[in-house]
Write a new protein. Sequence first.
Lengths: 166, 410
Amino acid sequence: MTGKAPHPETLTPGDELARLYQAHRLELVRLAVLLLGDRETAEDAVQDVFARLHGKPAHVLTLPYIRTCVLNASRSLLRRRAVALRRTEPALEAVASAEMDALLGESRQEMLTALSRLPQRQREVLVLRYYLDLSDAEIARVTRIRQSTVRSTAARAPARLQRELG
Amino acid sequence: MIGMTSIEDRLRDALAARAETVRDEGPPPPLPGHPSGHAPRAGRGWRAPVAVAAAIVTVVAGVTLATRTPAEEGPAAHPTLPATPANEGQQPSGLPDNRLRPTLPPIPAGEISPAVEEVWPDAVHRVPDRAPGGQAFDVSVFVDEDTLVGRGMVKARPRTIWSYDLDSRTFTEIAPMTMPGVMNAALAYGEGTLAWSTFHEGAVEIWAVPLTGGTPRRVTTFEAVLIDDTFRGIRLDIAAGQVVWSQEKGGVHRAPLTGGKPETVPGSEMYELLEWPWARSTSEAPGRLLDLRTGEPGELGPEGMTCGVVWCVDAREAVRRDGTGRRELPGLPSLSVPFTMSVVLLDQRLDDGRATVALQELESGRTGLLGFAPTRAGDRAMPTLHVQDDLLWFRQGTETLIINYKGMNR
């Protein structure tokens, strides 16, 4: 081994946050896109989460914790959006744009539209299970719901999705 | 994929495709509010936070998709041989690093390490993931070379303490584990006794049961140290006829294994238990050693590194506390390291774009491949790695794969 420079200072919580941000921002934005439906809001949600994590001690700065924060931010945004939609255009669908149709193809777009019609909890469990490949225990930890609830939700949601697809 | 229906396959495909529409456009925009906005540059020190008493750390999020089949096993002879004590800790830390710092040079794909089973055939074991009755079997500690002890979990709560004999491939029930507030940490083992802690109504209790079985008994009780209104558990060991433990703010305490009041080990006020007889100072990095038997201080270790009893690690290198054995690490060490620092998990980036998670045993410097980390949407995630003080385990189908650190140098 070659000689090395002296070992500098300790990694601070701020450094660790920056490290997590650089390593996982893309994954978290993608997760938020799947939960929220559009990229711009997803980017804002993730940015907002990291801004709020400043000053938190290092031991809470873990990926599962940050995923939970992104999930909570998405829930909060969807609640606000639901209120806004009730006031304006009640029938508006969340996703669906011509550009997205072209990118994804009709079949995938149908699937995503069906997914967007599911209750929030079912949608979250399906995204965490089939996009992030999390285990039931990990989904329970991220969503803060019981593992048995995760299991039953994961068992029921695909059938509901099938019905939505017609 | 076992048990997958077409609706699930279609969903997986649609989610991956939608996620992929958010393209990887290189380094992200600056992190709001952070002075650099980026991860620390290469060459800066790295150190696991001392406050994180990480014995069980969840490293790579993921799931094994195969359907589990409970493995029913018959009874076996009770294990008898003692081994060195286990430790415990509670702080999970998820750090799947499938996107490494760009400054870390990629490893040629042709030079990846052989699989852990090839590198350490005597250290890698496969056991059923289910104990009798369908309980999920969470591995705690080897009590001898061929006998494991772990906890049978029902709905993520401990229910039974089991031993498992690797030779006869059979489970033996040691004791029920039904007291309230059992902490999520590996059982400690020493002197023929298993011990664990509970947290209930503001108090910590240490419980013990002989390895040969019986009814668990309460050894001692004391007030929990809360940090941010949260109890983070204790590190626990059994040695010299005592249970020995420390809480997060330091101070090593002990009580007779036969039961009694806790007392503080003299001179240990600013120390935390590492592995008997060693404690590590919490007041100075990287933590001076203290011999709890004699009160003699030991090596301080190189500045800016995270040290166990012998080895220290930072973002690039491993070196002994005494400065010998310095070598570069073939990957970025995960923040999730066993408290005892006998092994280190490494995130590696390959020159063909793939990423791996490897394990290095620090004394020998040998490295084994644990698996490939997902680098693209749709890649299968790695299973959760449970990095404990004496062993590492993860689920694989209906089995649990265990790497016993003590077997790595046999």
